[in-house]
Design a protein. Structure first.
Lengths: 287, 132
């Protein structure tokens, strides 16, 4: 019978086991849960009652340690027949419970002990708990004390700034366009190319900080994008003229038609739809 | 109970003084051979809650054996009741069917058997069969 197991003490569980073993020895195969609980409760009350009455009899006679006479008087008061106890033992073979006396939980070994525990100082009595592991209250820094005087830090700052500038210029010289001072050797002293625009103050007048993506602009600077494509295609058509004769005429018009189409394709969704969430998806730039 | 003790004392005869405890103190000697079912630690725990801490551990065993006898007597009476019930029901059913056999082999101790057994000891148990 399954019931909600209340938090029963291990002593009570052992009492229930003892009652069960007694019932088993008498020939019962099973019993109700209520019956077991009733008998366990009776057993517990029996112990408490006999203990109390024996103690009272003992103290009544002016002693503190109970004797067998006190126990006997307790039995008499409760109405327990103790004269046939020896016969009872010989009749019934007392089955010792398989579980021995309740064992204490093994002391938790401190496996993660780091370092030896420090002994208590002399002014603390020994029966108080000992100190915990030293790592819990002793702090050892994991790194050296950093330098915090003004001069050293200022110097470090300057060195870092210079290193950053140097590294950045080297990076740009290797990746972007360079302007070479010497015509013979290209890598000896590269300078980053300075790109001039006409007029030079144009960039300052046109604020670029509000433009996040050049493709999403409503107005398109068509002069920038199409000319490179046309140049490439005219180069291609020039190379093809060497191979094919009359097909170039047929190829050029469709190419030229394609370019404005492409431009229109790029511009039409931008013109019609203002909301970036509704615009058509764009593939990322391959460059 | 007191009547039983007096009978015991009278049986001892006049030459022996009124020491009911004598057989028990002899019994204590025998106690060391027998280990009761209830472990000493459990007995000691419950007796300590009452304030009873004997110096002699044999007292613990005496009390635990007495408790065991107490439960054993109740169980015995309950078994008699159970057997009576099963014999009554089997005798009434035996004419019609033979399904139950000679004896009801499996005895289940229920409150129905325990209540009259406890009543003979002077303990009235009234437990509701259901909880509202």
């Amino acid at each position: 019978m399954e019931k909600l197991e209340q938090t029963t003490s291990p002593h009570r569980k052992l009492l229930t086991a003892a009652v069960s073993s007694v019932l088993l020895s008498h020939g019962f195969d099973s019993s109700d849960w209520d019956v077991l609980e009733t008998l366990t409760e009776m057993l517990q009350c029996f112990f408490c009652e006999i203990g109390q009455s024996s103690k009272n009899y003992c103290e009544l006679s002016g002693r503190t340690e109970p004797l067998i006479a006190d126990v006997i008087l307790g039995f008499v008061e409760m109405g327990i027949n103790f004269t046939q106890l020896s016969e009872f033992i010989k009749q019934h073979k007392l089955q010792v419970l398989p579980t021995l006396q309740p064992q204490q939980q093994p002391k938790q070994l401190n496996m993660l002990q780091a370092g030896t525990k420090q002994p208590l100082p002399s002014h603390i009595p020994q029966h108080l708990p000992s100190f915990p592991d030293p790592h819990s209250y002793i702090r050892t820094p994991t790194h050296k004390q950093p330098v915090i005087d003004y001069e050293a830090i200022r110097e470090k700052c300057a060195i870092q700034k210079r290193d950053v500038e140097k590294a950045l210029t080297k990076f740009l010289a290797k990746t972007s366009q360079t302007h070479n001072l010497f015509e013979n050797d290209e890598f000896i002293f590269p300078l980053i190319t300075c790109k001039t625009e006409f007029p030079p103050y144009l960039n300052a007048l046109m604020p670029q900080d509000q433009i996040f993506d050049a493709e999403d602009l409503e107005y398109k600077t068509e002069e920038i994008n199409p000319p490179p494509k046309k140049r490439v295609k005219t180069e291609k058509s020039e190379t093809k003229t060497e191979g094919d004769g009359e097909e170039e005429v047929v190829e050029e018009p469709p190419e030229e038609i394609e370019d404005p189409n492409k431009v229109d394709e790029n511009s039409s969704p931008v013109v019609d739809i203002d909301n970036p969430y509704l615009a058509a998806t764009k593939l990322p730039n391959k460059s | 109970m007191n009547q039983m003790v007096k009978d015991e004392v009278q049986q001892n005869g006049d030459d022996q003084p009124l020491t009911v405890g004598q057989p028990l103190s002899e019994f204590l000697m025998q106690l060391e051979d027998y280990t009761p079912t209830i472990p000493d630690a459990v007995t000691a725990h419950y007796l300590n809650t009452a304030g009873f801490e004997p110096k002699d551990p044999r007292l613990l065993r005496l009390i635990s054996i007495a408790a065991q006898k107490f439960i054993s007597d109740i169980a015995n009476d309950a078994l008699q009741h159970c057997k009576m019930r099963s014999s009554n029901s089997s005798s009434s059913h035996n004419n019609s069917k033979n399904s139950k056999g000679t004896k009801d082999r499996r005895y289940c101790l229920t409150m129905e058997d325990l209540t009259p057994a406890l009543a003979e000891f002077g303990i009235t148990v009234k437990k509701p069969q259901y909880f509202v």
